[in-house]
Unconditional design. Structure first.
Length: 244
């Protein structure tokens, strides 16, 4: 089991089992912050990895520092950027993505999916994948089945090596049937959504699917959690809603 470091949550579920968990997020609803907080809370305990499909290393570092400006933990996170492979066949000039010469990358036959397989051969501990949505865009050129096969492979590797993989998926970008296929491949799906009331805007989180966890939540009659983003603690849970 790998703890989230979010005390309220760990008291209930004792952490996550190794495997593939999809963080299904309405934009800005907290899925990204959940993944980053879990990484930072496990600093010094497990190897930490951030794999970005489209962001450069500099963008990832900026994102972490601006997301939680008051968090004093300096986590040793292995940041891997596949941006050069993602944009190689696009209209985006490579000089915008990298200051290094990109001739080597232009000559390579590897695409994003083949390169990410190479990356996963060398990772351990916890991996935050940003994002499955971007991988899905790549799959339009390489075929949807290629993405599903890759995710199934990731899941097998995670179980074999004891890795927790958190993959971010933006809500309502893909067709519903494609989303369902992604959910089916995963060990768990955590949904992050907005609620707009007349007097308040609230972030909510709930477990749609989670191997080994759902029986605990059903026993506790937990329906969903109200969440907040704290600059010093990261992702936090403020209250929960139970089924009566």
């Amino acid at each position: 089991m790998i703890n989230t470091g979010i005390e309220f949550l760990d008291k209930q579920i004792q952490g996550f089992h190794e495997g593939l968990i999809v963080l299904y997020e309405e934009s800005g609803a907290g899925g990204r912050e959940f993944g980053l907080t879990l990484l930072l809370n496990n600093a010094g305990k497990l190897p930490l990895n951030y794999v970005s499909i489209t962001k450069t290393v500099e963008e990832v570092k900026r994102e972490i520092s601006l997301s939680f400006p008051e968090m004093k933990k300096k986590a040793d996170i292995n940041i891997v950027s596949l941006a050069e492979y993602y944009y190689r066949d696009s209209i985006v000039p490579m000089r915008w993505i990298s200051e290094k010469s990109s001739l080597r990358h232009l000559k390579e036959e590897k695409n994003v999916l083949s390169k990410i397989v190479e990356v996963f051969d060398g990772v351990e501990g916890i991996v935050f994948l940003d994002s499955i949505t971007d991988l899905a865009r790549v799959s339009k050129r390489l075929g949807w089945s290629a993405l599903i096969d890759i995710l199934k492979g990731f899941k097998a590797v995670c179980i074999k090596k004891g890795i927790l993989l958190l993959g971010l998926l933006t809500a309502n970008v893909l067709e519903k049937s494609l989303e369902e296929e992604l959910f089916d491949v995963s060990d768990g799906v955590i949904v992050f959504e907005w609620s707009f009331d007349r007097d308040a805007i609230t972030r909510w989180m709930f477990f749609r699917k989670m191997l080994g966890i759902m029986p605990i939540l059903e026993k506790e009659r937990v329906m969903k959690y109200s969440v907040k983003i704290d600059p010093s603690q990261g992702f936090t849970i403020s209250r929960l809603m139970r089924v009566l």
